[in-house]
Write a protein that binds this ligand. Structure first.
Ligand code: IMP
Length: 176
């Protein structure tokens, strides 16, 4: 068990299991992106550890860039809209693969996909370490999913609880 801030978390996905699954994802990507020179767009902060381990196993020629997303309240009833911060690399005609830590409601990801397509990306696919299918609020196509998990709060391996816990070397789940 680990304590992050004021909550206790239990081991959920071990380093070994993460590493084995990441190898499989990279293998599939190596097959599917051979000769396509993809642009990997890593979503900070949460995806840094997953991206680092995944990309070490990606053997195709590729470019890597990083973005952060800022949310702001729209005046309409659509709720929060995410804005891309710091996408320096032009995505026009690029085969983009977004690397994300977790897809929960999917709202973040669906907005990011739309924005990258509007900017002229030739294709946009998603690689997410974790996915909570029960929490999904919008249909979204996720090409590479590390693990489908139940709708519980997790930390570690890049994911945070109130800014803490990102440095844990495996994924932990909030204890009941
Ligand atoms: P979505 O728009 O609801 O899919 O939001 C996804 C974002 O919410 C992720 O990039 C995380 O930053 C955060 N998030 C969702 N679930 C968790 C969790 O269980 N632990 C930590 N962060 C989470």
């Amino acid at each position: 068990m680990v304590t992050v801030k004021d909550k206790v978390f239990a081991p959920f996905i071990s380093q070994e299991v993460l590493s084995q699954r990441i190898d499989e994802l990279a293998e599939t990507m190596n097959r599917e992106y051979r000769g396509r020179n993809p642009l990997f767009v890593v979503v900070l902060n949460g995806a840094f550890m997953f991206a680092s381990d995944l990309l070490k196993k990606v053997e195709v020629d590729c470019c890597v860039t990083f973005i952060r997303l800022a949310s702001y309240e729209q005046t309409q009833s659509t709720g929060k809209v995410k804005q891309i911060l710091g996408l320096g690399e032009p995505v026009q005609d690029r085969e983009v693969v977004i690397i994300e830590d977790i897809v929960d409601t999917g709202l973040t990801m669906s907005q990011l996909i739309s924005q990258l397509k509007e900017q002229g990306a030739a294709s946009v696919e998603v690689a997410t370490l974790l996915h909570k299918p029960e929490a999904l609020k919008t249909p979204i196509s996720l090409r590479y999913v590390g693990f489908e998990i139940e709708n519980r709060f997790v930390v570690g391996y890049g994911l945070d609880y109130d800014g803490l816990g990102r440095n844990l070397d495996a994924v932990y789940v909030l204890a009941e």
